[in-house]
Write a protein that binds this ligand. Structure first.
Ligand code: NZQ
Ligand code: ZN
Length: 388
């Protein structure tokens, strides 16, 4: 049975190979000074930077550059971005990049006009913003996080060895997002597949909870099938427009709150992956793939019926003559084979995790309550050990 909920999503999307020109419709809605947020320079190499600058200038904007947003943005970089925004009294934040730039832009947006320490306020105390919020727009160049159409913002504090996400409300979500699948063609293969697994895992996190007959789970199965299918095509030809556009669109729907509506959600793989990220600075999707199989095999007996459904509906396992345990296990094996086919990181050692780090990683792992089993800290350690 669907639980009660409210649903809205204020982000306007422009999708397709001509979508960047819609900046001409959006930019006039906001003030004159734009903080242009981007990462380590990929947008300069692939020409996206030039295209964005031309449109900003054509719309009479004063451009304030804020570059060098690293994958897994840090609290130090956040403080720098806030200072840039304050010094230049920016009216609008335009993130051009992946989840890191979008997340960072949201974190800056809620901090510019706030006197408190943003790490403490938003990432430790999980408070909501009580100050004016600088609006954010996004031109997406890396696909996976869904940050372009959600309120998520993940920041890493290396000193405290914590990577923590805050999910802000509608007022912080991007006002618009430009999604051009061709902008993702230049992604290195490792980033492409990490993003693909991030998408898949977002869906799993929302699918593996509850046993109700819930429309969200049917949508999830369709999204999973689409991303598996398109991933195989993109792996062969990274410039297959159809596959890259399906992957981009699936990523947005995998985490724009829709498929979580009316049901519980798990999120334990993300909690494990984030804590691993705080210790290793590993690529987000790879921190998830490294712990996933150990986690899902561990919780499978507690949600057996759903794991059977997953095996049959998503992985086309033939159930006839098999026990539920066999069906579920075959589904997970097929998932594991697909992950290997993509070339994902399948264990923590590959990310540089050592046995000595495991206690710390367990301490940094939030224990969620929406999945099939509420883990104890000891179980977290066991799963981490099994992921080595
Ligand atoms: O920095 P540049 O030079 O731009 O290079 C980036 C970066 O090195 C590169 N890249 C991006 N677009 C490219 C490209 N290279 C070539 N061509 C392009 N078109 O890719 C690298 C990774 O980018 P990043 O933005 O870090 O990746 P992703 O989109 O995976 O974002 C990861 C961050 O998002 C958080 C993660 O924890 C991590 O901090 N997440 C945010 C979520 C949310 N907002 O809801 C949910 C997710 O679960 C996730 O936690
Ligand atoms: Zn993720």
């Amino acid at each position: 049975m669907l639980g009660n909920f409210a649903y809205s999503n204020p982000t306007k999307l422009y999708f397709g190979e001509d979508s960047l020109c819609y900046l001409n419709e959006e930019l006039p809605k906001y003030g004159k000074t734009v903080q242009l947020i981007y990462g380590g320079g990929s947008i300069k190499k692939n020409g996206i930077y030039e295209q964005v600058i031309t449109l900003l200038k054509a719309n009479g904007k004063v451009i304030v550059e804020d570059s060098g947003v690293m994958p897994n943005p840090t609290v130090e970089k956040l403080m720098e971005g806030i200072q840039i925004a304050r010094e230049n009294q920016v009216d609008f934040l335009l993130a051009v990049g992946g989840g890191s730039c979008c997340d960072y832009a949201k974190a800056v947006s809620v901090s510019v006009h706030c006197d408190e320490n943003p790490w403490e306020k938003y990432y430790i105390r999980f408070e909501e913003p009580a100050c004016p919020i600088v609006p954010v727009g996004c031109v997406l160049t890396m696909v996976g996080t869904g940050s372009e159409m959600n309120g998520g913002s993940v920041i890493t504090n290396h000193e405290q060895k914590r990577k923590i996400g805050h999910v802000f409300g509608d007022n912080v979500m991007p006002k618009f997002a430009v999604l051009n699948p061709k902008f993702t063609y230049t992604l290195p293969k490792g980033q492409m597949v990490a993003g693909i697994y991030d998408i898949f895992n977002h869906i799993c996190e929302q699918y593996f909870s509850g046993q109700d007959d819930n429309t969200s789970d049917y949508i999830s199965e369709a999204l999973m099938k689409s991303v598996i299918h398109s991933s195989r095509i993109a792996l062969q030809n990274s410039e297959d427009y159809e596959a890259r556009s399906n992957i981009m669109w699936t990523a947005t729907w995998a985490l724009n709150t829709l498929i979580a509506k009316g049901k519980d959600t798990d999120w334990m793989v993300h909690m494990l992956g984030q804590s691993v990220g705080a210790y290793t600075d590993g690529t987000h999707g790879m921190t998830l793939s490294a712990v996933s199989m150990a986690y899902y095999r561990y919780i499978c007996p507690y949600g057996l019926a759903k794991f059977c459904r997953f095996a049959v509906n998503v992985w086309q396992v033939e159930p006839k003559g098999k026990t539920d345990e066999q069906i579920a296990s075959e589904g997970l094996s097929r998932m594991e084979s697909w992950m290997k086919e993509l070339g994902l990181v399948m264990n923590l050692s590959e990310l540089g995790v050592t046995e000595e780090m495991l206690d710390g990683i367990a301490d940094g792992t939030f224990l969620m309550e929406g999945g099939y089993k509420i883990l104890t800290r000891d179980e977290v350690v066991d799963i981490l050990k099994a992921s080595m």
